[in-house]
Ligand binder design. Structure first.
Ligand code: ATR
Length: 270
């Protein structure tokens, strides 16, 4: 049976084995998908052992996405743009290929939620790995202008420098006053029970507030957006599933429907 795995540290919390088992069952694919705890200084060894034992492909999560980027022989365009790899596989020549499905997973989830990305202006909060991986796919999907705001403005500027005039960097106090149809929180602030401290006026024209984090309860950012009258809010559970579906497609050539698995995961979280 073909073997796949997710590599991370910690990894016990990962929902990927459950998700891929559901995808495989729905599509009649015979595969095994495990969670592998790689030592903090031993990601490459861990990956090589897995391949030596017959492993076909893997997902990579915190803190190894940049190391996976270094390890890959061949990088996709979206992995290069993200500066990080979340999906690994061997091509027919035996070369290690690195891709990144996080950003395309976000775009797929936004599309599922009914957002038209073509021609809109987006406010993206945060300048870490999660944010960087999202920009290229959002622009490719037709976003007209993207304002990248971060608490530490230099980090936003460093990321924006990789993109053209469609991306503008700023701090939270200098966000341009213009209508944003979509506001995305890509910061980790919700993990500490906080939200990015931006002014409420930036939500005035927002149709959907999206938080890349997810949990049993709405994140502080989504609670705030709701209180400010944003008509629709969504957390990152759909993005998690959509990035997994894209990885599954890369490995198996079949794209799973995330809807039934999303319902199961929501049940598990509640
Ligand atoms: P990830 O890879 O998940 O994006 P990261 O690289 O550690 O994680 O980046 C975390 C992001 O969350 C950063 O943009 C960080 O802002 P700073 O660059 O100013 O540190 C942001 N962040 C974390 N906690 C925050 C908070 N309480 N308020 C606002 N932004 C926060």
């Amino acid at each position: 049976m073909d073997r796949y795995a997710v590599f991370g540290n910690p990894i016990g919390h990962s929902k990927s084995p459950f998700i891929h088992a559901q995808f495989a069952a729905a599509l009649g694919e015979q595969l095994q998908y495990d969670a592998i705890l790689a030592p903090l200084d031993g990601f490459a060894d861990s990956w090589h052992s897995f391949v030596a034992a017959g492993g076909k492909g893997g997902n990579v999560t915190v803190p190894f996405k940049e190391q996976a980027y270094q390890l890959a022989d061949v990088l996709s365009q979206r992995a290069k743009q993200a500066g990080a790899v979340n999906t690994l596989y061997l091509n027919s020549a035996g070369k290690l290929c690195g891709d990144n499905t996080d950003g395309i997973g976000l775009v797929a989830d936004l599309t599922r939620l009914g957002v038209t990305l073509n021609g809109i202006t987006v406010l993206l909060l945060g300048a870490g790995g999660a944010s960087r991986g999202a920009i290229g796919p959002l622009l490719d999907a037709g976003v007209k202008q993207l304002v990248l705001a971060n608490r530490t403005v230099s980090k936003a500027q460093a990321i924006a420098a990789n993109f053209g005039a469609h991306v503008r960097a700023c701090g939270y106090a200098d966000i341009p006053s213009q209508p944003y149809q979509l506001v995305i929180n890509a910061t980790s602030s919700g993990l500490s029970g906080e939200r990015p401290l931006i002014a409420a006026q930036h939500l005035q024209h927002c149709l959907l507030a999206y938080d890349m984090l997810y949990g049993a309860a709405p994140t502080p950012f989504l609670q705030w957006a709701k209180a400010e009258g944003v008509p629709q809010q969504a957390d990152g559970l759909g993005m998690l599933l959509s990035q997994a579906a894209e990885a599954f497609y890369i490995w198996r050539g079949k794209r799973p429907d995330i809807t039934p698995v999303l319902a199961l995961l929501k049940q598990q979280l509640s």
